[in-house]
Design a protein around this ligand. Structure first.
Ligand SMILES: [Mg+2]
Length: 193
């Protein structure tokens, strides 16, 4: 793990990119006899995304969230839709996709990866983990990712990992009740992301 990297201020972040399997799921897949695939997600992570979006709205921030997955299975898009997050799936080389994306959306940004938070769990995330200004992995991430990330969280992928990330990013434990209730009461509306 890169040592002594402080959690960023969201004002300095323009993109939060999430891997899907092993981040929003426990990295397991149920396969039926017809080949239909099912995954298991954590509703605590869903509320976390709502809180993050609410924080963005209350503080008038400008970051975007993207789920960036290697998987082409429609379960990824279905969960992303439910969470209200843009989904880019079937991407084998995530770092290349991000480079191209930033070149087109942030053409004047000479160091676009500085404003990126990246969350991933497996080897195909390693290049992006190493380039992102701040990178976060679950407790059960591959050892090489645990070594490379800015921070390793206490939770496992799909078991409240995104929830822990959001609560620490927003410094939820330091909020007073008024700030907390404002976030909660604004968290039901998913028309912005
Ligand atoms: Mg993964």
């Amino acid at each position: 793990m890169k040592t002594n990297i402080p959690w960023p201020q969201l004002e300095a972040i323009h993109t939060i990119a999430f891997d899907f399997d092993g981040v929003f799921t426990d990295n397991k897949v149920y396969v039926s006899e017809t080949g239909m695939e099912h995954v298991r997600c954590d509703r605590a992570d869903g509320l976390a995304i709502d809180l993050l979006r609410s924080y963005k709205r209350v503080r008038a921030l400008d970051f975007q969230m993207i789920i960036l997955s290697k998987e082409k299975n429609p379960v990824v898009a279905a969960r992303a839709r439910k969470l209200g997050i843009r989904c880019v799936s079937g991407k084998d080389h995530k770092l290349n996709w991000l480079k191209t994306f930033f070149e087109s959306t942030r053409p004047h940004d000479i160091a676009p990866f500085t404003g990126l938070i990246y969350l991933g769990n497996d080897l195909n995330d390693l290049p992006a983990i190493e380039c992102a200004g701040f990178s976060v992995v679950p407790a059960d991430a591959h050892p090489l990712l645990r070594s490379a990330a800015s921070v390793v969280l206490n939770t496992l992928g799909g078991c409240g990992f995104v929830r822990e990330f959001v609560e620490r990013l927003l410094r939820l434990g330091q909020m007073n009740r008024e700030e907390l209730y404002e976030l909660i009461h604004n968290s039901g509306d998913r028309h912005q992301s």
